[in-house]
Design a binder for this molecule. Structure first.
Ligand code: SF4
Length: 231
């Protein structure tokens, strides 16, 4: 306010009785200030990291100081998804569906080693080695599990990121930009991200000649029995 008074005092006459009550700022600052101090997380947890997330919202660490204590039961009312725990292949379709149901602007915070890259279960047959394989992660919080302090630091980092955004360039206000919809992954021999389907198809076709070759040269013992039959 002092700076504003100093800047505009010579140009704009300000009555003394309101001089201390005038605040000049930019749209971006007020827009980002209001958003970053009311980030409502989606209320869901996946594994042990979720316990630390719950502690963070309780009285000792008091997430309410940051305007983030309102954990929402519906993705449609949530601003930030805290992925807290092991992301299994069985669970990832649901996580992606919840993300798609969140309105823009939406953010993703990956909490803990499991969510960041698979953690101790990285080589597991049923574990996704990082939620960022499918969702756009804004902030990673390391640890197994991260402490509540670490999660708070991650959320403060997200606040800083939000402060850097401009209302003129954020994607959700651009014409014809409905927001990214992530296709729900499907389970094949492994997890299939449908956005990579062209690449997968290309690789499959690339590996076909070898297969075709092995099929076209059957062993002598099967030569007589492998004749094509018509239905
Ligand atoms: S990172 Fe560690 S504490 Fe968090 S879900 Fe994985 S195993 Fe549990």
């Amino acid at each position: 306010m002092t700076a504003a008074n100093e800047t505009f005092a010579s140009d704009i006459p300000i009555p003394d009785e309101v001089a201390d009550n005038i605040f000049i700022t930019t749209i971006d600052k007020i827009y980002n200030w209001s958003r970053r101090n009311s980030l409502w997380p989606l209320g869901f947890g996946l594994a042990c990291c979720a316990i630390e997330m719950i502690c963070t919202a309780a009285s000792r660490y008091d997430l309410a100081r940051f305007g983030m204590e309102v954990f929402r039961a519906s993705p449609r009312q949530a601003d930030v998804m805290i992925v807290s725990g092991t992301v299994t292949k069985k669970m990832i379709p649901t996580i992606v569906r919840l993300y798609n149901q969140m309105p823009e602007p939406r953010y993703v915070l990956s909490m803990g080693a499991c969510s960041n890259g698979g953690g101790p279960f990285k080589e597991g047959y049923n574990v996704v080695d990082g939620v960022d394989k499918l969702l756009p992660v804004d902030v990673y919080v390391p640890g197994c599990p991260p402490t509540p302090q670490a999660l708070i630091y991650g959320l403060m980092t997200l606040q800083e990121k939000i402060s850097q955004q401009s209302i003129r360039s954020v994607p959700w206000y651009q014409k014809g930009s409905p927001g990214e919809v992530v296709p729900i992954p499907v389970l094949g021999p492994d997890l299939v991200d449908l956005r990579q389907i062209d690449l997968i198809r290309e690789n499959s076709v690339g590996s076909m000649p070898e297969e075709a070759e092995s099929v076209s040269q059957p062993s002598e013992s099967t030569e007589t029995t492998d004749e094509p039959t018509s239905a």
